[in-house]
Design a protein around this ligand. Sequence first.
Ligand SMILES: Cc1cc2nc3c(=O)[nH]c(=O)nc-3n(C[C@H](O)[C@H](O)[C@H](O)COP(=O)(O)O)c2cc1C
Length: 192
Amino acid sequence: MQIIAFNGSPRKNGNTSTLIKAVLEGAASAGATTTEVNLHHINMKGCMACYSCNEIKFGVCAQKDDLSPFLESIKTCDGVIFGCPIYMYRVSGQMKLLVDRMYSLYSPKTEGGGYNSEVPPGKKFAMIISQGAPDAEQYIRSARWLAGMAGTGLGMEEAGRIIHTAGAMGQVAENQDLLQQAKDLGRKMAGK
Ligand SMILES: Cc1cc2nc3c(=O)[nH]c(=O)nc-3n(C[C@H](O)[C@H](O)[C@H](O)COP(=O)(O)O)c2cc1C
């Protein structure tokens, strides 16, 4: 059981990172092998719009950089976690770069338009979103977009999501309930 987490926050000890660590701790306690990818801290470029993934080699992103092996891991792992803060009402830029690169995991259908998923079936995904605003529903459209593009659109089943509302000063490290929810989500991702 392999779980990979993509962290779209630049803050290594911030709210997103703390929650991702808790999810991975839960997953590991249930027997999973875990990997965290800090998108801000790897050498990663955006999509270069070459359409190689759509026209030449389905399922493979022609942009070669530090993200390349982790894009491949999405096809081979059992579960994927997407974690990021809300920046300017949307997912962080680091997360948007990842999702753009995940276009390579969609391949065009031969007839009738639309896309097939190049991700084998049977995988789960979960989301961690941290925001300053107190209303957890405020950026629901951004959460739905992330779930659709990076998860369900590729045939993955959502295991759950955590929306952390930081408020003016809030640090998730003080929120034991939410940390426990994150650990439970990790265990669920690992099938426990
Ligand atoms: C550039 C920037 C833009 C932000 N925009 C928003 C926003 O539109 N709405 C919001 O609720 N919080 C916003 N925030 C606050 C962060 O989402 C919040 O502090 C979050 O907990 C940070 O997560 P982290 O600790 O994982 O980095 C913004 C923060 C930054 C740095």
